[in-house]
Design a protein around this ligand. Structure first.
Ligand code: GAR
Length: 220
């Protein structure tokens, strides 16, 4: 088996973060490979994107619940990821909460991306929450996953301004541009062993991520 750092990516949507990660791996910017993509949505774009790149991709039916996986289904997800020998589980728009059996199978080895500056606006449609709340700056966050909803230790964040004429769609689009930059950088740092967890603080031995100023100007 290839000895590169192996990623298992879970997603429910179109898969733009997966594409950013897979392209960064292929270009050598992330010293890792995507070993497997799993989805709870049969016709999700993320599965198509994976197959188009020759990456194994599977739909595993989510079971009866709307926001989580039932225990048997969780076991099926864990088994598939173990069979693929993944080193890191990467949630990229996976719209279900993972429970303790899954979390315990990959301790400290599950990351998620969220479309706000956590701890503000956890949960669904965070860009819409930000717009409705009236904040002037939002962004995206990559964090380790714990038992809460979007509560785990924060690895990296990029700020994105809310513009006067933003709609939920335009704001989400700009947040996604920031996501596509942030997620590969965070995964690269994990694959290189550059991160250290001190309590809730994730310390970058390499000195952290420079804020990306172009998102302060915004691009539409
Ligand atoms: C991303 O914006 C991600 O932050 C969000 O889903 C989108 C998936 O897009 N995740 C959440 O809201 C999780 N609470 P993608 O399928 O194009 O990567």
């Amino acid at each position: 088996m290839n000895t590169k750092f192996r990623l298992g990516v879970l997603g429910s949507g179109k898969g733009s973060n997966f594409v950013a990660i897979a392209d960064a791996c292929a270009a050598g910017r992330v010293p890792a490979q995507v070993a497997l993509v799993l989805s709870d949505v049969e016709n999700a774009g993320i599965l198509e994107q994976a197959r188009a790149r020759g990456i194994p991709a599977r739909y595993i039916p989510p079971g009866p619940f709307r926001t989580k996986l039932d225990p048997d289904t969780e076991r099926a997800y864990v088994q598939a990821l173990k069979d693929a020998a993944v080193d890191l589980v990467v949630l990229a728009g996976f719209m279900r909460v993972l429970k303790s059996e899954f979390l315990n199978a990959f301790p400290g080895r599950i990351v998620n991306i969220h479309p706000s500056l956590l701890p503000a606006f956890p949960g669904l449609e965070a860009w819409k929450q930000a717009l409705e709340h009236g904040v002037k700056v939002t962004g995206c966050t990559v964090h380790f996953v714990d038992a809460g909803v979007d509560t785990g230790p924060i690895i990296g964040q990029i700020a994105v301004p809310v513009l006067e004429d933003d709609t939920p769609e335009t704001l989400h689009r700009r947040i996604q541009l920031a996501e596509h930059e942030l997620y590969p950088k965070c995964i690269a740092a994990i694959a290189r062993g550059e991160l250290e967890l001190r309590g809730r603080r994730v310390v970058w031995r390499s000195g952290g991520i420079a804020p990306e100023l172009r998102y302060l100007v915004g691009s539409r």
